[in-house]
Design a protein around this ligand. Structure first.
Ligand code: ZN
Length: 211
C-alpha cells in the first residue's frame, strides 16, 4: 500500500521482517527493479511460463551475469504451447545467452530465486509481463530459498538429457497423470516420432530430490 503523498515518513530500511510485497506495474522501472535484483552473484533460477518483449530488456542483464560466472537457469513453457509458439524467436535468443533453458509442459509457476537467499514469488511472468497488474512477494532467507528449490526439483530439472534417438536438445519436461516426471523429445523430424509417440525417458532424481 502506498501511503498518502507527503504524509508518511520514508519506510525504515532496517525493517525487522524479511518479507515485503512488490507491486508490479507495467513500467520500465519495474523491469529495472528486476534487472537490479538479477545482478545476483552466484545463481539465478527463473520460472517464467512465457517469454515476450520484456525479455529483450533483461537479456543483456542475464548475459552479463552469465559472463560473470553466475549460474543462470530458466524454465519456460514448451515451444508448442499456444502462448509460447509465437515467441519461438525470443526463446532462441534466450537460449543463445543462457546456457540452461528448460522447456516445461503446462508450467505455470512464477518464481525467481537469487543466490539461494532471495525468492520472488507471485503472479508476475518475469520474462513476459507488460501491461497487466501483478504482485510479487519478496522473501529473504536461505532456508526458504532452498526449500523452494527443492520443492521445484530445481537441480534435477535443470539437467535435460539429449534425445536418445536424434541426439538433439529439443527435449521438454512433462508430467503424467499419475505424477511421474519424464523428458520427451519434441523435435518434429526425430526418428523416434510416430504420430503422437516420441522418444521419452524418466527423470532421474538425485537421492536428495523429492519426487
Ligand atoms: Zn529426438
Amino acid at each position: 500500500m502506498r501511503p498518502p503523498r507527503g504524509t508518511s515518513p520514508r519506510p525504515s530500511r532496517r525493517r525487522p521482517t524479511g518479507r515485503r510485497t512488490t507491486r508490479s506495474r507495467p513500467s520500465p522501472r519495474n523491469c529495472t527493479t528486476l534487472a537490479r535484483r538479477l545482478a545476483g552473484l552466484r545463481a539465478q533460477w527463473i520460472w517464467s511460463p512465457w517469454t515476450a518483449k520484456r525479455l529483450t530488456g533483461l537479456l543483456p542483464v542475464l548475459g552479463e551475469a552469465v559472463r560473470r560466472g553466475v549460474r543462470v537457469t530458466v524454465f519456460v513453457r514448451d515451444p508448442y504451447d499456444t502462448g509460447q509458439k509465437k515467441q519461438a524467436d525470443l526463446v532462441k535468443r534466450l537460449r543463445a545467452v543462457v546456457p540452461t533453458v528448460v522447456p516445461v509442459n503446462v508450467m505455470h509457476q512464477k518464481i525467481v530465486v537469487i543466490d539461494e537467499r532471495t525468492v520472488l514469488l507471485g503472479s508476475l511472468n518475469s520474462l513476459s509481463q507488460s501491461r497487466s497488474r501483478e504482485v510479487m512477494l519478496t522473501i529473504k532467507g536461505g532456508h526458504f530459498a532452498r526449500k523452494i528449490l527443492t520443492h521445484e526439483h530445481a537441480e534435477d530439472f535443470a539437467r535435460p538429457p539429449s534425445c536418445g534417438a536424434c541426439h538433439g536438445d529439443e527435449v521438454d519436461l512433462r508430467r503424467r497423470g499419475n505424477g511421474t516426471w519424464y523428458w520427451r523429445c519434441y523435435h518434429r523430424a526425430c526418428p523416434a516420432r510416430r504420430g503422437d509417440k516420441a522418444w521419452q525417458t524418466a527423470v532421474r532424481f538425485s537421492p536428495s530430490g523429492r519426487r
